[in-house]
Design a protein. Structure first.
Length: 103
């Protein structure tokens, strides 16, 4: 296949009233995934003892617990991670207050 571009030849006429394309981006769909700025307390620094803005999800008979874990730092800048312990099989996870995303 050969693609030829002839920039010196007019192939179609465009209205002079058309200045560009406008789209309205809602629901952060252009980002293609979880928008990190919407995750509240994503570095677990708001409270040293409680995972503020995070909730435990227990459904379909599943049970578990969540806690902040300073013994397993995420990295040098984030010295705490969130630990999820599943005690009974089912649907167990965590959700952030604003994003509603299961992790």
């Amino acid at each position: 296949m050969v693609l030829q571009i002839k920039a010196d030849q007019v192939a179609a006429h465009v209205s002079p009233m058309l200045y560009g394309l406008m789209t309205e981006e809602i629901n952060f769909s252009y980002d293609g995934g979880l928008y990190a700025e919407l995750v509240r307390n994503r570095s677990f620094k708001e409270d040293a003892k409680e995972p503020v803005h995070w909730q435990l999800v227990q459904e379909q008979g599943g049970t578990g617990a969540m806690s902040l874990d300073p013994s397993q730092p995420f990295n040098d800048a984030i010295p705490t991670s969130l630990k999820l312990t599943v005690t009974k099989a089912g649907r167990v996870g965590i959700a952030n207050e604003d994003s509603g995303a299961y992790r």
